[in-house]
Design a protein around this ligand. Structure first.
Ligand code: EZ4
Ligand code: CO
Length: 402
């Protein structure tokens, strides 16, 4: 089999997605996600101008070799744009191989290790009572694990908490908005939130919380300690992770489990975190971490250190990445949990998919390959719309240091 061509499709079914389609001489094609929230066109250009010309004529079954060729051959390694582009190629090739061999991708990765992937949902509220209502709604939908966030009193627009009546969507159309942040107010509020949420949710539900990299290590240590009575499944991204040894300080003070890495793009971002057992869950996911090929190596290394996966799964990761993550999570031994933020109905119409949710678990389905299609005619009616993640400043106007 030979690759005959590839093209990038940028579309905006309520939010922007960068998708790569690779075609072969046997009529089989594969889809890969290269979406990088707020920088979608950089990945599109990287693929179109620099990667696709090198793919034509290659054997699509040579996934490892193509991955190494794009990673090492470029000379310039790592970085979110490069690694998202490599991931788009890699995932499309796994899709092609599954379709060609008439088997779901999870079979190519070792076969199913479990009946489904435990997922967590997002419960959000502008205040504690609203957050508790949202927890109850998600319990009623069957979720066994729920991330809880609420507006911090005195902080007008808290990141990760949607405006009233709107679905959670971190990016906003137009130029970046700016919001204000107070670490002091947040640190006082978070234990109160979880005291209320744990008593409303009961002891069986797994509770998670995302700090969005907003603390210093000693502040994160204090937060983790103050949340211990509420038995969190994890505290996510407590600090920015460029300084990996910062996590050692957090670990010295708290037994609250730690997840990090949704902004990582390489195994090397997590190397010290894993080998020192400073984290419990790795969030670097397939699209931003260089694809299935790269994540398999990272997850296998992590398994030696009792670190499990807990992949990022927000709406800016397309249904193609969700499918890839579910095939991966079903197969590997050290799967921990998968984030699940449902896409809008319009996104799901552009990317019809075989994966399903029931009783707290998701399953990738048994369609050959990834089990995701793309309605390109519909996609063509929904052009790219400029959108960015918000920028946060401290109360005195200083740009935050995460
Ligand atoms: O900030 O997906 O855990 N989920 C998150 C998300 C991320 C966005 C970034 O594009 O932190 O809201
Ligand atoms: Co997060």
């Amino acid at each position: 089999m030979k690759i005959t061509g590839a093209r990038v499709i940028v579309t905006s079914p309520d939010r922007n997605f960068t998708t790569l389609r690779i075609d072969t001489d046997e009529g089989i094609y594969g889809l890969g996600d290269g979406t990088l929230n707020g920088r979608e066109l950089a990945v599109a250009s990287y693929l179109t101008e620099h990667v696709i010309p090198c793919l034509v004529g290659r054997d699509p079954f040579a996934i490892e070799d193509i991955w190494q060729y794009l990673y090492r051959g470029a000379y310039w390694r790592r970085g979110p744009v490069t690694m998202s582009a490599i991931a788009a190629v890699d995932v499309a090739l796994w899709d092609i191989k599954g379709k060609a061999l008439n088997t779901p991708v999870y079979n190519l990765l070792g076969g199913a290790s479990r009946h489904g992937c435990l997922v967590y949902a997002h419960a959000n509220g502008s205040d504690i009572p609203e957050a508790i209502d949202s927890i109850q709604q998600h319990i009623d939908l069957g979720y066994l694990a729920i991330r809880a966030q609420a507006g911090v009193p005195g902080v007008s627009s808290s990141y990760g908490v949607p405006k009233a009546g709107k679905p959670y969507e971190p990016a906003e159309r137009g130029l970046p908005t700016e919001s204000l942040w107070s670490t002091e107010k947040y640190l006082r509020f978070a234990p109160r939130l979880f005291e209320a949420v744990r008593s409303a949710a009961g002891e069986e539900i797994h509770l998670l919380h995302d700090v969005h990299h907003r603390l210093t290590p000693i502040q994160a240590a204090r937060l983790g300690k103050s949340l211990e009575p509420y038995d969190l499944f994890w505290m996510e991204d407590p600090v920015p992770a460029e300084l990996q040894e910062g996590f050692a300080l957090i670990r010295q003070h708290t037994t609250t489990p730690i997840a990090t890495g949704e902004v990582f793009n390489s195994f090397h971002d997590a190397h010290d975190l894993i080998r020192n057992q400073w984290i419990d869950y790795l969030r670097m996911t397939i699209v931003h971490g260089g694809g299935i090929t790269a994540l398999k190596k990272a997850a296998d290394f992590a398994s030696v250190y009792h670190v499990k996966t807990g992949f990022h799964g927000a709406t800016d990761l397309s249904p193609i990445t969700m499918a890839a993550a579910l095939h991966f999570g079903l197969a590997i031994h050290n799967f921990g949990i998968q984030e699940h933020m449902p896409h809008t109905a319009l996104t799901d119409s552009v990317f019809p998919h075989a994966y399903t949710f029931a009783d707290g678990y998701m399953h990738p389905g048994d369609a050959p390959g990834l089990g995701v299609e793309m309605d390109e005619a519909l996609a063509a009616t929904l052009p790219y719309q400029r959108a960015y993640l918000p920028v946060a400043r401290q109360m005195d106007g200083t740009l935050t240091d995460w």
